[in-house]
Design a binder for this molecule. Structure first.
Ligand code: AQP
Length: 333
């Protein structure tokens, strides 16, 4: 039976890339009626040091973000990773299945550890094994993510395949990544070759889901572009990453295709297009940030939602972990 799983790190402010590449897609999947399981991955967040108070706040705010964006805790299972210990337990098994060489090839590891890999946390190195556990502890079949997570999902498939092979068990499914839509890789507003990211030191490089309307408009107005106008066909965006990015964002926000957008705005200058994009962005994002702020007024309600979600998640994860222990040969499982 199909089951969807995905997660987001509470490691900073949610941004437009997280929203268009991940969260908006999560809502679409919830509406198909397939079982959907969505997680705040706080254990992933601490692979780089987080201030404890900020982590608590960011986890609750992320939960508010999920709900404000349209995740219904009655339809989807919505929870916080560390409240379901089965993730960490299965991750240990996967640490013993995955190979050092696999991890060393991960571009996210290489980017984040940089030249100072000796000083990176062991958790950062093992990150993809925990991610595989997040997914496979639910026997999830489909994982909606942004383009940047493709390599980690291939590793999840490798771990499932090797586990099944090593233990002669046809147990873990080979998960399908779902990387779809016009905004699978939203780029920085300052540099069209870098993805929009929470950890970019420049706040002007991204739109945060908590930005007010004026800030959104200002960031779009200042977004880097080239001097040419907009083409009327997608081919005209070749070699123009900044232009492509803004058109992709428009298409994703409007739930339409790049071709359809260019049919409307082809021939316009950016000075004309940017206000149109701002208006759409504010129209779509302002209700979400407003609802997030409202939900954050009563965090006890959020904590209740997370407790309930964790209970539902454990009901699925616990028997799958038990069976895994049995397959591996652990006594008492
Ligand atoms: N720029 C992006 N475009 C499209 N999708 C994106 N995602 C992240 N950035 C973009 C998708 O958002 C989901 C959650 O990401 P995450 O918070 O778990 O981790 P991340 O990819 O590490 O996010 P950031 O913002 O880039 O954080 P830092 O800067 O800490 O690394 C994933 O599905 C991801 O694909």
């Amino acid at each position: 039976t199909p089951r969807v799983f995905s997660g987001i790190q509470p490691s900073g402010d949610l941004h437009l890339g997280n929203y268009l590449g991940a969260m908006k897609r999560f809502v679409d999947m919830q509406e198909t009626g397939i079982e959907t399981v969505y997680c705040m991955v706080d254990m992933h967040a601490i692979t780089v040091w987080q201030d404890p108070e900020k982590l608590r706040h960011a986890t609750r705010e992320l939960c508010a973000g999920f709900i404000a964006a349209g995740i219904d805790p009655a339809k989807s299972i919505l929870f916080n990773q560390s409240q379901v210990p089965e993730h960490a337990q299965l991750a240990w098994i996967f640490n013993c299945v995955a190979r050092m060489g696999w991890m060393q090839r991960m571009t996210q590891w290489k980017d984040k550890a940089g030249k100072n890999a000796q000083n990176a946390s062991l958790g950062l190195f093992a990150y993809p094994a925990l991610m595989a556990a997040d997914i496979l502890v639910y026997h999830a079949t489909h994982v909606p993510v942004g383009e940047d997570q493709k390599q980690h999902l291939e590793l999840t498939r490798d771990i499932a395949t090797k586990f099944n092979h090593d233990y002669g068990a046809d147990f873990f499914p080979i998960t399908e990544p779902v990387i779809e839509g016009a905004a699978t890789r939203v780029m920085s507003f300052r540099d069209g070759s870098k993805k929009m990211s929470k950890s970019d030191p420049s706040d002007a490089s991204r739109i945060n889901m908590t930005d007010d309307s004026d800030t959104i408009a200002k960031k779009i107005r200042k977004a880097k572009t080239d001097p040419e106008g907009l083409p009327s066909e997608a081919e005209g965006l070749e070699g123009r990453p900044e232009a492509r990015n803004l058109v992709n964002i428009y298409a994703a926000l409007a739930d339409t295709s790049v071709d359809a957008v260019l049919k409307d705005v082809g021939g316009k200058q950016f000075s004309e297009f940017k206000p149109i994009l701002s208006e759409l962005a504010v129209e779509k994002l302002a209700p979400i940030s407003g609802e997030m702020a409202r939900l954050m007024q009563d965090t006890s309600e959020i904590d209740k939602i997370l407790d309930h979600g964790a209970e539902r998640a454990r009901a699925i994860a616990s028997p799958i972990l038990k069976k895994t222990y049995e397959i591996v040969g652990m006594v008492g499982a």
